[in-house]
Every structure is written in C-alpha cells, then in structure tokens.
Design a protein around this ligand. Structure first.
Ligand SMILES: [Zn+2]
Ligand SMILES: [Zn+2]
Length: 273
C-alpha cells in the first residue's frame, strides 16, 4: 500500500531495496528519541499563520537550509543519503495536495552562516536569523520553510534547554535544530544521523499543520495532552516512543524496508485538507 503511494508520486527511484538493513534497524531504534525532546513552542497570536496560506495557494515548497559553522547537518551514513528521508516523507505527505517539495541534499545547496555571535538562542534570535535566510515572502505560490542548524541550545524563559533537539516557531515557516543535542543523543554515529533526520521531519510536520496545528484531524489521533502530537506510536508525530512500542515499530518498517515516517492518520488529515 505504502509502496504504491510512493510509485504514484514518482519517488520510487528512492530504491528502498538498496538500503542497508542494519542502518534501518538503528534508524528505527532511535527514532523515538527524536520526539522525546520536541518542545511545543509558545503559541503567538499571528494574523497570518504560514499554514493558513499554504494549502490551495502553493504549487512549490522549498526547504531553505542554513547552518552555523560546526553545526552542519549530517549528509550520509553507510553509503545512504540521509536527506532522502526528509525528502521522501515531505513529498509523500504533500503529494495529495500537489505540492512538490524541493529538499537540498548537499552542503553546496545550503547556506553557511559562519560563526554566530551568541552561544545559545532565544526564540527571537531564531526568528531574526531565519529572516535573513528566508528567500520568499510566503504570500505567493512558491514558498520556503527555513531550517536552521545552530551550534548551541535553546534558551527558554532564561533557561538553557540542553535536551531540546528541535523547535518550530509556532505559526511560522521556521525550524531550528540544536546540533549539540543531536550530537549528544547517542554515542553511535548511525543513531545521531537518524535522530537528526527524524527530528527534521517531525518539526516540519508541525510547520505543515500537524497534528491539529492548522490541519484539522480527520480521525481521533490528536494527542492533545502532549501538544500538537499524534497518538499513533508508529507515526513520526508521536510525542515519544515508549519502550513497549519500539519492537513493534521496528517490525513495521523493516519488513517492508519502507522509510515512511508519517502514520496513516496524519497522511489522511493532509489529504482531506
Ligand atoms: Zn513535536
Ligand atoms: Zn500521525
């Protein structure tokens, strides 16, 4: 079923079968860690939320990536192009809305920000840095989501958050990834690589309106107690993976060697939007 969806949207060139099985196992073991530290941003009253102007008004979406010196994103592991994961999942999610997503895979297609002035970042710092990187007004049919890789931690209410991997600025098209938290998430390189990709996909899922964050749920899967998250433990939008679910989660993906991260409920929400 999932494979046929992939074929429909023309991403079968991903060639799942070539993907190393061991790599997948690591990926699935650690994906739960990524959501562990997703911190729901403080909602700000916004007259024009990005998500409200997205569906029905967009025919191309570009991921604009910038990284601070020393915080550059991981590119590949074990011969596998990491960015295929974000690329595939975003394009699969938005295929029903006919919005192709352009995702850079190499550093040459990303902006090097050099060394930034501060060591850690407030919400406002992140908004300001993203404003310099954004290339679109997001009022037209071509839009951009800014993804920042920062060499520091989030400062929230004056406190340095050493366990927050990523942050979505609520209502905007801005995501920050805190590279020191990604680097410290595991002692194993494969795990770090996969934590990073699943964090990116998860945070962009929030930007795109999941769960009940601009896209209304079509089934009761909104885990309201944990913010804009999904109650499906097999979905990348789940707030975290409990230990009990991990084995089941691995089985689900390894049998088909499928890199689909969004669960069916989240996919259905997007389709109905
Ligand atoms: Zn989240
Ligand atoms: Zn979901």
């Amino acid at each position: 079923m999932k494979r046929s969806i992939a074929n429909q949207i023309g991403v079968n060139s991903l060639n799942f079968k070539r993907v190393n099985h061991g790599f997948f196992l690591w990926f699935l073991l650690v994906i739960g860690f990524a959501q562990f530290s997703c911190r729901k941003d403080v909602p700000e009253a916004s007259p024009d939320r990005f998500v409200d102007n997205l569906y029905g008004h967009t025919n191309k979406l570009e991921l604009i990536i910038a990284y601070e010196q020393g915080a550059d994103p991981y590119l590949n592991f074990g011969g596998f192009d990491n960015w295929r994961i974000t690329d595939y999942n975003l394009n699969q999610l938005l295929a029903t809305q006919n919005i192709p997503v352009k995702v850079p895979h190499v550093l040459d297609s990303m902006k090097n920000l050099g060394v930034l002035a501060q060591n850690n970042y407030t919400r406002q710092n992140i908004i300001d840095i993203a404003a310099d990187v954004q290339r679109y007004s997001n009022k037209d049919s071509v839009k951009g989501i800014v993804l920042l890789f920062l060499n520091g931690y989030l400062i929230k209410d004056g406190v340095i958050e050493t366990r927050v991997l990523g942050l979505t600025i609520d209502g905007s098209a801005v995501v920050a990834i805190f590279k020191p938290v990604i680097s410290a998430s595991s002692s194993k390189e494969a795990e770090k690589n996969m934590v990073e990709q699943s964090t990116i996909t998860h945070e962009i899922g929030h930007v795109l309106g999941l769960v009940n964050n601009g896209v209304p749920p079509t089934s009761p899967h909104h885990d309201q107690a944990n913010g804009s998250h999904c109650s499906n433990a097999s979905c990348v939008m789940y707030w975290k993976n409990g230990a009990g679910e991990v084995v089941q989660y691995i089985d689900q993906f390894t049998t088909g060697q499928d890199i689909t991260l969004f669960g069916e409920q989240c996919m259905a929400d997007l389709k109905a939007k």
